[in-house]
Design a protein around this ligand. Structure first.
Ligand code: GDP
Length: 595
């Protein structure tokens, strides 16, 4: 049957284009809230780092009602896909809303998810938001969106998709932006008319495919997924199976079944095909599991979780001289936090080491681990991290290394620089396609080692506008050493207002910056925006250097330039550089919100 009372959609947006405000407004106008109830919490994107780095990491669920139809809205991760999450989210839904700022137009960071949506043949609704902005240019933005669609291989149906013009801020939406409107009814209607209702067999034996895992200290693991067939009820006996692990056949009793209402999970007696549900009471539940009727253990196929390729050691400094400024400084606290992370992050591994103070943490590349490190530091955990190392494998006596398939979208002017850099890092250019509008897409096959420290160089080289995605591609014969860059080679860095020069330090990933006003920073860039810079440096150091003012703990010093330095002084500084240990997040240039 078709569940005409449900729509399942995913929402795609570049950071700051108004996704959160839009969902807030939809919530306020939908049946979930009473008229006088105020939505206080911002809905999605609760993670600060996501906002700062312009990526969304966790998929979150919200559900709203329009008339009697329930609309489940699932947030999609932005351009960083740590383990096949984008595809798993998109497999749960029957359509997507692409939110685009009426002034900025579509941004390259949304391409990855959008392309996946086209590949899965999902209908798209374009919501051009912030139509109230005086500088809004809706007509041009429509053209830009359509150009992007063509570039991404959209079919005719996609090109004929509905465009809704919204002011999420005012809570209005219209199909004709010259018209005065009072609410978002049009957007609700467009979703209901254009996104198909989920379909399935209600009578058949139960199948729920688990797409996300959530964790709560009081209730434990929570499996979230869509009912693909049949019906589920509280206290039902089920069997948990997995396509990848045929030996898994676990009979359990579901304790509770939840559906989503607004921002909350609410308990229900039962739920049926097409519903997105959360279940509790199953401790051993994992992404990719299928929950089945006890008599019909038929696992569904799922998008595989990518393997970890990079490891770092997290260690607690137990020296009596260690700074103790964080809230959580013991190895037990760090250990518990790491194991808690495992409950929800499926591409992460945590292992104990010979030292009780150190843990080996493996994940999907440097960015993946650095997001975790930064999150933990913000929460007040104090620890040191080692340089990232690649996880090699022995096969038939040969050393094999993980390979990554890298997809890069960038403006044509930067193609040369990127090909050269990745070439030096043993990357092999697999394909290159140029599109109208001066953009190109490059695909490389590269040893995972070659990507260490590259992301920030890439951001610099493409002036913060390129987009880089990588997925694990399997193991290949070890390709030999990657030549190290010469110490002291100069890297120039455009800031828009001025050019900063960096000196490559002996430490593999350390870059010393001599910026405008000859200020010195040590660290790495992970993001850059040519329009406005706000520099925040976080350097991990073993010993304090007197020429840099530092605050914070011994492991994570927050540095600000204390005095201007000459080039000679700066050079002396890097020659001393065994003293410096740089974390992957050391140099951050935050985009200023220009609104
Ligand atoms: P997100 O990062 O996509 O979730 O974006 P937010 O919802 O946080 O919005 C980013 C900024 O844009 C905030 O300052 C919002 O107040 C502003 N904003 C969102 N929607 C609108 C709109 O319709 N009109 C205007 N003028 N500003 C908006």
């Amino acid at each position: 049957i078709k569940r005409e009372d449900i729509r399942n959609i995913a929402i795609i947006a570049h950071v700051d284009h108004g996704k959160t405000t839009l969902v807030d407004s939809l919530l306020k106008q939908s049946g979930v809230f009473r008229a006088n109830q105020v939505v206080e919490d911002r809905v999605m994107d609760s993670n600060d780092i996501e906002r700062e780095r312009g990526i969304t990491i966790l998929a979150k669920n919200t559900a709203i009602y329009y008339k009697d139809i329930k609309i489940n809205i699932i947030d999609t991760p932005g351009h960083a896909d740590f383990g096949g999450e984008v595809e798993r989210v998109l497999k749960m839904v029957n359509g997507v809303i692409l939110v685009v700022d009426a002034f900025e137009g579509p941004m390259p960071q949304t391409k990855f998810v959008l392309k996946k949506a086209f590949e899965l043949d999902l209908p798209v609704i374009v919501c051009i938001n912030k139509i109230d902005r005086p500088e809004a240019r809706p007509n041009e933005v429509i053209d830009e969106v359509l150009d992007l669609f063509i570039e991404l291989g959209a079919n005719e149906k996609n090109l004929d998709c509905p465009f809704v013009f919204a002011s999420a801020k005012k809570g209005t939406a219209t199909l004709d932006y010259n018209e005065d409107v009072e609410n978002m009814d049009i957007l609700f209607k467009t979703v209901i008319d254009n996104i198909p209702a989920p379909e399935g067999d209600t009578e058949g034996p139960l199948q729920v495919l688990i797409s996300t895992i959530d964790y709560n200290e009081y209730i434990g693991r929570i499996g979230i997924g869509k009912i693909e067939r049949g019906k589920i009820s509280t206290n039902q006996e089920v069997v948990i199976v997995n396509k990848e692990y045929p030996e898994k056949q676990e009979k359990v009793k579901i304790s509770k079944v939840y559906e989503f209402e607004g921002l909350n999970r609410v308990e229900v007696e039962s739920a049926t095909v097409g519903s997105i549900i959360a279940i509790t009471g199953v401790e051993d539940i994992h992404i990719g599991d299928t929950i089945c009727d006890v008599n019909s253990p038929e696992p569904l196929p799922f998008v595989k979780i990518s393997e970890p390729t990079i490891a770092m050691t997290f260690s607690v400094n137990n020296s009596p001289f260690a700074g103790r400024e964080g809230k959580f400084v013991t190895s037990r606290q760090v250990r518990n936090r790491l194991f808690k992370e495992l409950q929800t992050d499926v591409s992460l591994r945590v292992e104990e080491t010979e030292s009780t103070d150190a843990f080996k943490v493996s994940g999907r590349g440097e960015l993946h681990l650095s997001v975790l490190i930064e999150n933990m530091r913000r929460e007040g955990y104090e620890f040191q991290v080692s340089k990232p190392e690649v996880l090699f494998k022995e096969e038939n006596g040969k050393k094999m290394e993980p390979m990554e398939k890298v997809t890069i979208d960038l403006s044509n002017e930067f193609v040369g620089a990127v090909i050269e850099k990745l070439g030096q890092r043993k990357g092999e250019l697999v394909s290159m396609t140029e599109s109208n509008g001066g953009y190109a897409r490059l695909e490389f096959l590269i040893p995972a080692r070659g990507l260490i420290g590259y992301r920030q160089e890439f951001m610099t080289d493409t002036k913060g506008n390129g987009i880089l995605n990588s997925v694990f591609d399997g193991y290949a014969l070890y390709k030999g050493e990657i030549p190290k860059r010469k110490v002291g080679s100069i890297i120039s860095f455009e800031t828009g207002e001025s050019t900063a020069y960096g000196l490559y330090s002996a430490q593999e990933r350390g870059i010393l910056f001599i910026g405008a006003g000859v200020q010195v920073y040590t660290g790495m860039i992970v993001g850059a925006n040519p329009k406005g810079l706000d520099i925040d440096v976080n350097v991990c150091r073993k010993k304090q250097q007197s020429n840099i003012r530092a605050s914070g703990s011994d492991e994570a010093l927050r540095l600000s330039p204390a005095k201007d330095m000459s080039l000679e002084e700066a050079l002396e500084f890097i020659e001393d550089d065994e003293l410096i240990e740089v974390t992957p997040l050391t140099f951050r240039i935050r985009k200023k919100i220009l609104d």
